[in-house]
Design a protein around this ligand. Structure first.
Ligand SMILES: C[S@@+](CC[C@H](N)C(=O)[O-])C[C@H]1O[C@@H](n2cnc3c(N)ncnc32)[C@H](O)[C@@H]1O
Length: 206
């Protein structure tokens, strides 16, 4: 059996893949965010929040976020790839490292209660290169917090573990009251990805 066929077969048997299909959630990745939101005593995302989702395609997190914030919440997603529209969710097609993208987000909302980032680069297979590229996207997401996250706001970011990980955590600790590292059950054990939650953004330390 070819590698792609094996991958497709494995995907179809996957518990979270089936669950995402059943619950109409676009991607199994949605459960990572749902589990993170349920894991702590505090709620990362709550009803009525405004949330910016960086690297949002195909839209699994966006749908989960929309369910959490309800009718009154504001949800904006950004990605290099287009997505199939989601009712009452704004979408910006663009690169998160580009100032024009930030300007476009600001047209919808300029201060968010929560920023989430599940950005991944196109993986090259060279581990050091992929790790460095992904950390760069996580750092860009952190910079966006300095422009668009409200005081006391929360941040969730995916990070590939590697030698640059500790420096990134130190940066987050300077900006947030509390920093928590977490691997949700829906994240595959063999994947080096981990999620970092920053609670209560303090702009004076940015
Ligand atoms: C793992 S996927 C996100 C899955 C999403 N959370 C979901 O639940 O459907 C990572 C995304 O990051 C996006 N991405 C990577 N680099 C980006 C950049 N510079 N600007 C915007 N999006 C980027 C990719 O296009 C890709 O869609």
């Amino acid at each position: 059996m070819g590698k792609r066929r094996m991958w497709l077969n494995e995907k179809k048997k996957d518990h979270y893949y089936k669950k995402a299909k059943k619950e109409n959630l676009r991607s199994r990745a949605a459960f990572k965010l749902i589990q993170l939101n349920e894991k702590f005593k505090f709620k990362l995302i709550k009803k009525g929040d405004s949330v910016l989702d960086l690297g949002c395609a195909p839209g699994g997190w966006l749908k989960a976020i929309k369910n959490l914030v309800g009718e009154k919440g504001i949800v904006v997603g950004v990605d290099l790839q287009p997505i199939t529209p989601i009712p009452q969710v704004k979408f910006v097609l663009g690169d998160i490292t580009d100032e024009n993208t930030i300007a476009e987000i600001k047209e919808y909302n300029s201060s968010f209660d929560v920023i989430t980032s599940d950005c991944s680069p196109n993986v090259s297979g060279n581990w050091e290169v992929d790790h460095a590229r992904q950390i760069y996207l996580a750092e860009m997401s952190l910079e966006i917090c300095q422009q668009l996250l409200c005081e006391g706001g929360n941040f969730v970011v995916k990070v590939f573990q590697g030698e640059l990980f500790e420096d990134f955590i130190e940066k987050m600790k300077q900006m947030f009251e509390k920093v928590i590292i977490s691997k949700p059950d829906a994240s595959r054990k063999r994947s080096s990805e981990i999620y970092v939650v920053g609670r209560q953004y303090d702009p004076k330390y940015s």
